[in-house]
Write a protein that binds this ligand. Sequence first.
Ligand code: HEM
Length: 198
Amino acid sequence: MSPNPTIPGYTSGTAAVPRASISLEEFELLKKTVLFDEADVKALRQSLPVVKDQVEAILDVWYGFVGSNPHLVSTFVRVADGQPDMEYLGAVRKRFGQWILDTAGGRYDQAWLDYQFEIGRRHHRVGKNLTDKVAAAPHIPFRYLPALLYPVTATLRPFLEKQGHTQAEVSAMHQAWIKSVLLQVILWSYPYVKEGDF
Ligand code: HEM
């Protein structure tokens, strides 16, 4: 998706984002490995108008989950006073909303692939806090990244059901979302994996 200048820190598609650490050909093999194919792209795109209408409600659920779990919300906590940084949460929420649209858009090209590695760095100590210039917790432990895949995708299904699609269509959209988030979390893991082992 083209850069959205109205979202601070959303740099997808700009020269500010370094090249991805794997090629599009290597990404193809990863897609093949999780059984992600053109039918999934179609299902994701079918989900786009559905999720677009409900971005804020979806974010309320996801933020509610993170916010009610002290071990998760601690990554948004200011070092100085131990309180959640509401501006930081708000800034990330805007980019999270755009992420919903990018994921459903299903245009997983070079710019998108490059930005996945940027999102990975933003979760890891090499890049966390830099985008919003905050002094918050310096790092997100790796184990929580794959763990969050489950609540994020499980809580999405009711939203996919809201616009009159058949159960088969809803299942196809949901499966495509699960595979896409899995692919993304794998890409985001890059800075957490020992050099040469990814
Ligand atoms: C399936 C798992 C996850 C998804 C889909 C997800 C999604 C996202 C997205 C879309 C962003 C904004 C990216 C951008 O800057 O454009 C983000 C940033 C962030 N996420 Fe996650 N995330 C996941 C796991 C986690 C976990 C487990 C935590 C904390 C325990 C977390 C905490 C954060 C924080 C603190 C930021 C801001 C990082 C920064 O300083 O730039 N995320 N996440």
